[in-house]
Write a protein that binds this ligand. Sequence first.
Ligand SMILES: [Zn+2]
Length: 339
Amino acid sequence: MKAVKQNSILKGVLIGCAAVILILSVVLAVTAVKNKNLRASGDSAAQAYSSLSEENASLSEARAKEAESYQKQIDEQNAMFSSEKDALHQTIADLNKQISIKRASEAAAATAHLPPTPAPVPAPAGGTDLSAKTIYLTFDDGPSARTPEVLQILADNGVKATFFVKNGGKYNHYMQDIVAQGHTIALHTYSHTYSSVYASDEAYLNDLQQISDLVYNETGVRTEIMRFPGGSSNTVSRKYNSGIMSRMTQKVTEMGYLYYDWNLSSGDASGGTVPASTIINNCRKVPRNNTVIVLMHDAGDKRTTVEALPEVIAYYKAAGCKFAAIDKNTPQIHQKVAN
Ligand SMILES: [Zn+2]
């Protein structure tokens, strides 16, 4: 009985032990799993930490590189600015040098190379003040091959003039240039053939109407300003018609025309080719009248008139004369009718 009791006690003890072992095993196993999990999470934390550190390292490396590149840019800019500054200093120095060279040469010119003093303008006959005069340059017998040259000289000098025109055939289109450039276009004659123009009163008036129509057709200008072929004092007309100038000067005035002669002849029509120097000298013989109407010619063979023209203009300019083109308010200069 006792043995059975002992056995059953032993059995109980064994069972108890086994139970305890089982429980312990379970506890151990659970703990092991927990530990393993903990270790794993610790490992991943460590891994994360390590990757963060790496990231930090690469970030600071990038920042360092960035900073380096900024510094490099700043250095380059500073270098550039300083080379630009040097260049500017050089430019300023060069300019200053040029200025002082120019000042020096101007000072030298002022003392050593004075422009020639213009020759004093000789006093005109009678000692009249030339600056009170208005010069009316007039050109008869154009348009011609010379017209563009005459117009160019007038334009270059800013001078307006008056053209008493005739039928210039192929040059008639220059009439438009005369008007376009602000000069006065006026009537002279259509044919300029004395024998037919002065053949009769009717012939004269027909000729006058023809040139009036031609000018109108070429330019659109219907002008009342005119000049007789040979002037109102011509005596050549007497050969063809006695007293025609006396009648025609009166007739055209009644018709509303203003006829203009001249009180200064350039002498460019006095046969052959007159030397330019003669024309210039003639033009200096200024009359007492403040209205100075200068007779010149715009014709193919009047080359020396073109040659003389710049100097003639220069003379009047130096004397302080004004220039004008004839208009209806210009005082009429009339010569004495002699036929
Ligand atoms: Zn003429």
